[in-house]
Design a protein around this ligand. Structure first.
Ligand code: NAG
Ligand code: NAG
Ligand code: NAG
Ligand code: NAG
Ligand code: NAG
Length: 408
């Protein structure tokens, strides 16, 4: 079967185009690698009173559902850093620099109903990951969260003791004095696919090789903390093309399968890899749930033809849930995680991010292709309602991760 014979839809093409535009430039900024003299620091001793979950230092939020809560406007403690203070933010996410005038989206703090989140303490975090490798694996949304994490931490590290380097699918932030790395690995489906090139992944018809993860996963071995995500690339609105054979250029045996079914198989393959490769006594594994999109303002009772463009406030309705977030897919994750009994912590950001129609990059991102006159006349038509400005919502995702890692 030839790929070009597979059908496509305009929504699908739109998403593909969007991703291509977004991913043309991964960390376009200058290379930040410098000569570094490693320093020796005394290891700090933290009491670890939960032998089952490594890294926990205090059960401050144990038993509290930190994902259930509300957004509180707080311009004294938020944001954690200024956009221009963090040189690592890709120009697709530097909203202020790209002309966004309002800043309220940076000042919302997540307040769980039953407890408070510990404030992210960069020096504590760096001490805890001393000598360790922390790795985010997934798509551009996970890359945004990864970038947020290095923005939250980098201030602590002197200019000549840190570096950022991208080679192929792997981006590595290195903190020399701590002998620690925080890394991102591009694998939008986790398993192998025809979208795996970190720069050029514009593909008209997507397929995954459902049984093959090793070509990616060999780069994940030895990680002490892994944060996975995978969702948006699955949402083409049609069945997924699946191949059950290792990588060859030859596309025989392409099979169409229901998206949830292939997603479930992918979860199984990922969990099986975790079981074989991650020691539960020494390492931690996280999975970030689906990131919502705000493509249609009718969904929250706004204009009939609007989207996230020109949205400056969160949604108030506590039950709001947009169409882009497929509950069946979330159910698949829940079921497979329960069934596997592997210690993997879900960072359940979906509901709290549903409220944040104001937090997307919208039109305030670097445009890789010149806009047409039609687009300029109608900004809604090219607003990105999938990705998020930094600083912003994804800093909260990391505070939740931080809380689960050390305080749950
Ligand atoms: C845990 O955190 C709480 C609240 O921050 C604090 O009162 C308590 O002393 C801490 N316990 C330990 C063992 O550090
Ligand atoms: C942050 O953590 C360090 C330990 O690395 C501690 O000494 C310091 O007091 C903490 N800061 C705050 C504000 O809690
Ligand atoms: C740095 O960390 C690695 C593990 O990530 C360890 O093998 C190595 O010995 C450490 N080096 C130093 C100088 O502490
Ligand atoms: C943006 O929203 C405000 C109200 O919130 C409205 O007055 C204004 O006309 C909108 N601008 C555009 C370009 O849609
Ligand atoms: C994530 O959190 C929301 C809101 O608290 C909840 O409805 C949903 O079931 C949770 N998802 C999973 C997989 O636990």
């Amino acid at each position: 079967m030839k790929l070009s014979s597979l059908s496509s839809s305009s929504f699908f093409s739109y998403i593909i185009a969007l991703f291509f535009i977004i991913s043309l430039c991964v960390f376009c900024g200058k290379d930040l690698v410098l000569d570094i003299v490693p320093l020796q620091y005394d290891q700090m001793n933290f009491k670890n009173d939960n032998p089952v979950l490594p890294f926990i230092i205090n059960h401050t939020t144990k038993g509290c559902d930190i994902f259930a809560g509300k957004w509180v406007y707080d311009d004294t403690t938020m944001p954690h850093y200024e956009e221009k203070e963090c040189p690592y933010i890709q120009p697709q996410l530097t909203c202020q620099k790209q002309g966004r005038l309002d800043t309220a989206y940076q000042h919302w703090r997540w307040q769980p109903h039953d407890c408070s989140l510990p404030r992210l303490n960069a020096s504590l975090m760096m001490e805890m990951i001393r000598g360790k490798r922390m790795l985010y694996v997934g798509d551009s949304l996970n890359r945004g969260q990864y970038t947020s994490m290095i923005c939250l931490l980098h201030r602590l590290i002197p200019e000549n003791a840190k570096s950022l380097k991208t080679i192929g699918s792997l981006t590595v932030f290195r903190a020399l004095e701590y002998n620690a790395t925080i890394e991102f690995y591009w694998a939008p489906f986790l398993v192998e696919s025809n979208s795996d090139n970190a720069i050029v992944h514009r593909v008209k018809d997507r397929f995954v090789r459902i049984d093959s993860i090793e070509r990616h996963a060999k780069h994940w071995k030895g990680a002490d903390i892994i944060v996975f995500n995978t969702y948006v690339w699955w949402m083409t609105g049609r069945p997924m093309n699946t191949i059950r054979q290792p990588f060859t250029e030859d596309l025989k045996d392409v099979k169409m399968m229901k998206t949830e079914e292939v997603y479930r198989l992918t979860m199984k393959v990922m969990l099986n890899w975790v079981k074989k490769n991650m020691d539960p006594l020494k390492t931690r594994v996280f999975f970030t749930s689906m990131s919502p999109a705000h493509e249609s303002s009718k969904e929250w009772g706004g204009d009939l033809d609007g989207n996230c463009y020109n949205q400056t406030e969160p949604i108030n309705n506590p039950n709001y849930w947009g169409k882009f977030s497929n509950k069946m897919m979330m159910q698949v994750v829940k079921e497979e995680f329960q069934r596997s009994a592997i210690p993997i912590t879900l960072i359940n950001i979906t509901q709290l991010s549903e409220y944040r129609k104001d937090a997307h990059t919208s039109i305030y991102k670097k445009q890789w292709n010149p806009l047409t006159l039609e687009q300029i006349a109608n900004p809604t038509s090219y607003a990105d309602c999938i990705h998020w400005c930094l600083p912003g919502l994804q800093d909260t995702w990391n505070e939740l991760l931080y809380t689960k890692l050390f305080f749950s």
